[in-house]
Design a protein around this ligand. Structure first.
Ligand SMILES: Cc1cc2nc3c(=O)[nH]c(=O)nc-3n(C[C@H](O)[C@H](O)[C@H](O)COP(=O)(O)OP(=O)(O)OC[C@H]3O[C@@H](n4cnc5c(N)ncnc54)[C@H](O)[C@@H]3O)c2cc1C
Length: 446
């Protein structure tokens, strides 16, 4: 094995870095813990969501009981998104000297971001939009990285799109592979090997063949907001793992007395006017049957069978970054007083909209608190510098971990933009120098 750069993780950050570097002629090897999976059913999804049915939910649980959703697979959590593609924290990054204007333009063009067209807005979305406007909120179509001609409105985005309608990291991985990148799947990175303040390689293991070591002169960690800080801490970088945020959310539901609504794409619209002032957004949502069935209390489980009459709104907040990822993978994520206030305010407005839309007042309920955007755990200014380099030379991070602050809105487009900028800087500032030096030849030692 010979590579200029070893990238750990094939999700949004990892696939972007691998693609950007390999199309510029650099040799890239991607090491991915998960494998390839068939998509589109709840049973299949249980194989790649990181939780276990023992928890009665598809996600992992923090010690306080907050559910964290992410996947372990080729393409990472990009495989299960709702295709929402929004710019986040652009001015914040600019104030830190990180100008992402060009990279956001590139990312939007390459992912094909466009507002969801009217023809794909289903009955739920339209009813909720009408009711929201009646009670005084401005509803916008959600920008999506979805090929609308391929979308069948099956409503199963979070189980992985079997029609290939959604942009996923696998698209960037294919381009990287066509440009020569290699991917090792089902190979977990345990630790970074470094000495004298310089990166030397990685300790990895594979179920089938056990532990091994890989030499590497440049390592980019992109194992996600939970995977990356575990590796960093096991490698002795103890400042990683704190400041975990999740963009916490709750869904508030109400059931109509009659009618039948077809499945449709979730989060088709957004109310974002309260994001700046009150720290949350609202968007139409309908959980999968299995999810609903698992989280509803015993006497209310029948509600999961009434999805065709259910209207729902998600409140997604800018939560406090007070969580912690521990080196053994356990998580702590308290829901703070400030988080609860934002969630309650969102729930209150959601109920007002749902009642306006005609749901039965007795049917209103709100789900437990969950989060699906883990980040902040190797933040710029805390664990990495503005070049995304850690205290170890040539050990970089490029995924949701590097966000200096919680976002409260979908992060994929911003991770792509940040990873593009990072890759360009890596190529121009670091790899050029390295190319002039004697070639490092990574090898696997058993
Ligand atoms: C249900 C759901 C819906 C979502 N919808 C949206 C949306 O519509 N829009 C949006 O912007 N965001 C959405 N998100 C969030 C988004 O998917 C994530 O924020 C994003 O994928 C994070 O990118 P990342 O590169 O940080 O990590 P990931 O994409 O999760 O990639 C991390 C990769 O590292 C691998 N890995 C982990 N540990 C190791 C290890 N030790 N060794 C090797 N490999 C490892 C994982 O298998 C994975 O492939 C959603 C998330 C979920 C769960």
């Amino acid at each position: 094995m010979e590579s200029d750069v070893v990238v750990v993780g094939s999700g949004v950050g990892g696939a972007t870095v691998a693609r950007e570097l390999s199309i510029r002629g650099y040799k890239v090897t991607i090491i991915e813990k998960g494998g390839y999976h068939k998509l589109g059913t709840a049973r299949r999804a249980l194989n790649f969501y990181s939780g276990s049915l023992w928890n009665f939910c598809p996600g992992e649980l923090s010690k306080e009981g907050t559910e964290v959703l992410r996947t372990i697979m080729v393409g990472g959590s990009s495989m299960v998104t709702l295709g929402n593609g929004v710019r986040a924290f652009q001015t914040g990054f600019k104030a830190m000297g990180i100008d992402l204007d060009k990279e956001f333009d590139e990312a939007e063009a390459e992912l094909g971001v466009a507002p969801l067209p009217e023809r794909l807005m289903g009955e739920r979305t339209r009813r909720l939009r009408e009711a929201s406007e009646e009670v005084g909120y401005k509803v916008k179509p959600m920008p999506k990285f979805v090929d609308f001609d391929r979308c069948r409105s099956c409503g199963l985005c979070v189980l992985g799109c079997r029609y290939g309608a959604k942009w996923t990291s696998q698209k960037f991985l294919s381009e990287a592979r066509r440009a020569g990148a290699k991917i090792l799947t089902e190979t977990s990175v345990d630790e970074v090997i470094h000495s004298g303040g310089e990166v030397k390689g990685l300790k990895v293991h594979k179920e089938s063949s056990g532990a091994s070591e890989i030499n590497a002169g440049n390592v980019v960690l992109a194992a996600g907001g939970i995977g990356t800080p575990i590796i960093l801490q096991k490698s002795g970088l103890e400042n990683a793992g704190s400041n975990l945020f999740l963009d916490l959310f709750v869904n508030t539901y109400g059931i109509l007395n009659d009618g039948h609504m077809e499945e449709e794409m979730g989060m088709a619209t957004v109310i974002d006017e309260l994001h700046e002032s009150q720290g949350f957004i609202l968007s139409p949502i309908l959980d999968m049957f299995l999810d609903m069935f698992l989280y509803l209390p015993l006497l209310k489980k029948l509600r999961a069978f009434r999805r065709d009459r259910t209207l729902g709104l998600m409140t997604k907040i800018v939560d406090e970054d007070v969580g912690k990822v521990n080196p053994d993978g356990t998580l702590s994520k308290p829901v703070t007083e400030s988080d609860r206030k934002k969630l309650s305010r969102g729930e209150e407005i959601s109920k007002e909209i749902l009642l306006q839309a005609g749901v039965n007042p007795k049917s209103l309920y709100t789900t437990k608190v969950r989060g699906a955007h883990p980040g902040g755990t190797a933040g710029i200014g805390r664990v990495v510098n503005t070049d995304q380099e850690t205290e170890v030379d040539r050990l970089f991070v490029s995924d949701a971990s590097i966000f200096p602050k919680p976002l409260g809105i979908p992060p994929v487009l911003t991770i792509v933009a940040v990873s593009k900028r990072f890759s360009k800087r890596l190529a121009s500032e670091y790899l050029k120098v390295k190319k002039a030096a004697p070639e490092t030849k990574p090898s696997i030692k058993r």
